[in-house]
Ligand binder design. Sequence first.
Ligand code: GLC
Length: 420
Amino acid sequence: MTGKSGENIVPVPAKYVAEFEQLGFGMFVHFGLYSILGRGEWVRNIEKIPAEEYEPLAMQFCPGSMKQIVRVARSAGCRYVTLTARHHDGFSLYDTRGLDPDDPFDAVHGLAGRDLVAEFADACREEGIVPFFYHTTLDWHRKEFVDDFPKYLEYLEKSVRILCENYGKIGGFWFDGNWSRNDVDWHEDRLYKMIRSLQPEAMIINNTGLEARGRLGSGEIDAVTYERGRPDPIDRTGHKKYVSAEMCETLCDHWGKAACDIDFKSVRQLIEELCECRKVGANFLLNVGPDADGSVDAMQRATMECIGRWMSVYGKAIYNGRPFLRYTDKREFLLRDVFDPSKAYLFKFSPRCFVEVGPVSGGNELSLDRIPFRVRSVRWMDNGESLSFRQDGDILNISFTSFPYGTSYPVRVAEIGTEP
Ligand code: GLC
């Protein structure tokens, strides 16, 4: 904390928020009845499919084990998974337990006959992954969403209560849809109060959508969202509470499975995005859209696995690194290890389209200013090779070496050892 007046104080994260930042990289999963149609999660709305046609899909939806999905997250090095427990179509993957006895629109009462959220939460815990629940607030299924909004809010609260009470300790909630109605009072505080009483350490996140990235809604929010957009650095000076940040992005263009969407992002682009998020201390939530049977197609699986191979080499810098030094004139940046103050991580974006077989063309020296410690060592995290450096006051010059022929990663990280 700095300064005399309260205005200059920089808040510190609550323990559960710090733990969220420690998770660093998560997998988003859009999975529901729309996965059967394979044309994205908005298909019902965009194609104006009548309820009588869309909702009977519940009698066709019978995925295999939820472990398939969780294992993909594990392979990528994700430490949490945010699953669409209910999306805008109103279909719940969990047992709605008499929420509306006349309208049990959920997996248990459909062909699946199983509580998929329970299965998912168990699978997560088996794999050492923290389960998070996405819950829509916009609802195309419930008539009262349009006709009797206060009644809808009661329904929403009861629904979220079910998720709070029946699946053990969860990482948090990811709400989505308040952006769909600006004409109403969502009374979010009531919902959040209920969550705090039942799941005091759950993160509360509410997506502000494409038009309002990074906007803080209620004071209860624990992390702001950046939907498909790179987060800006957050200056928290004078803020009442430390609010974290999370960017979500999807592997192709859609969130739910879209069989005709082949516009996949490259492994390079996704790793760069992950690094850019960590540069400013944000988490990165990367989406897969499984098929209706719960399997993840080869392209999505392979992409996640490749990211996992990068994470298995440099993951420590992603999980433990916190914002430290950014530069306006260069892309490289440094993170500092939250647990070990004698370590910092230097992120170096590799040039693309050729294999470096000698010193990097265009200069293999990098000069970094504002270095506040004495440097002892600089070492690539991938092969442990020591890099030569010179330090002059707060200026650090490092000579980079190339990858050995046969190796290439889009971003390379060097661990910097400092004097205590
Ligand atoms: C948007 C979409 C929704 C998707 C979400 C993911 O809000 O409405 O379909 O779940 O983005 O960020």
